[in-house]
Design a binder for this molecule. Sequence first.
Ligand code: AMP
Ligand code: GLY
Length: 429
Amino acid sequence: MKILIIGNGGREHALLWRMAADRPETKFLITRGTPGTEDLAESIDVSPTDILTLVDAALAHEVDLTVVGPEAPLAEGLVDRLHERGLAAFGPTAAAARIETSKAFAKNLMRQAGVPTAGFEIFTGLQQALDYVSAGPEGCVVKADGLAAGKGSVVCRSREEASRALHLMMHDRAFGAAGETVVVEELMAGEELSVLALVDGQNILTLVPSQDHKAVGEGDTGPNTGGMGAYAPVGVATQKLIAQVSSEIMEPVVAALKEAGCPYRGCLYAGLMLTAGGPQVVEFNCRFGDPESQVVLPLLDGDLVSLLEAVSAGSLAGMQAGTLPDKAAVCVVLASGGYPGDYAKGKPVRFGPGLSGRQDLVVFHAGTVRGDGQVVTAGGRVLGVTGLGGNVELAAAAAYSGIEEISFEGKYFRRDIGYREIERIRRQR
Ligand code: AMP
Ligand code: GLY
């Protein structure tokens, strides 16, 4: 069997690592592989958004399944083009991916399906939007409709801030066409939770809930990043809560997408706010979360390849995607100093001898390349170090001990990943 993975970040390394561990006899290919993937997969030098060349490569290599990691190729219709050529793919069509690529589409779908989410209005004209926020409450969230590399949502504490955000998106076009349409929504308060589910068009298997840390600074302060770390499981995500998320959120949305003529096949990621009134949707993503996948996939009890194939074939019914019992995972991201602003690239990365033979540690590569034979930094997020242990506190200790073995100039990381859960564990003692 041959599997092609699209993307080359930490999420794609985690997908590859997990599939290769389950299926040692399978041949893997990956787009623009990193030093972290070179022992596991053959690298093909094609951009993840060069759709036509990717389809040609999948045909030429006689690939049995293409697994799409990032949202950009999904938005561009990679899965649609693969299907047209009779090729199997894991990931939604462009129409189904609108659940992430258009916030207005997602909000309308939720409204129609009765899914709990913040109240909202959609605007295509600046003046109407300005009038709306000036007549509304002091706080709100202004969101660009389209993809904006995770920067398109502005949480505004005042009407003044909201009007600045609207000008930025609709007048200055800070996010280009993505900001032509804007969603203004109510502020929600609570703890956030990421719930990833495998969906085959109809059947849904929820994976272990996780939490990510988006802010660059400790205590969740400073600007948002692509994610500075994640952990799973999450104590507040009880069986009861997950059952509620399934029945009130996942099932109605999957049914509504099917009803709308764009059945969803792939990983459906619900970003939730656990409000006093119950879980509400902050956003949907049409792919595995990153860094969430770097904690969720190591905890999966099951064969990932079989699950992804079943999603693609629409045959998930009767399958299980369990979670390893009594195990937790914590992923700490090692970033380049200055990220999410400007940062240096090309810094050599040294891996100490203490990393070898560790069963409680996996190092996923997010932004590295091989230069002159050595591993060098090539992105803002460089590595994801995932520690495993009997609970989140022990898993965090494993991750942080591994980090001491890794060095590069400007190495930056948060020292408090998983802190909410660790506080919960300590309170229970
Ligand atoms: P999004 O781009 O929709 O994922 O939003 C990015 C972040 O903004 C989320 O992870 C939340 O922390 C915050 N956020 C988004 N929408 C809301 C909301 N309605 N109320 C409060 N915070 C929000
Ligand atoms: N961790 C947030 C995301 O994957 O979008």
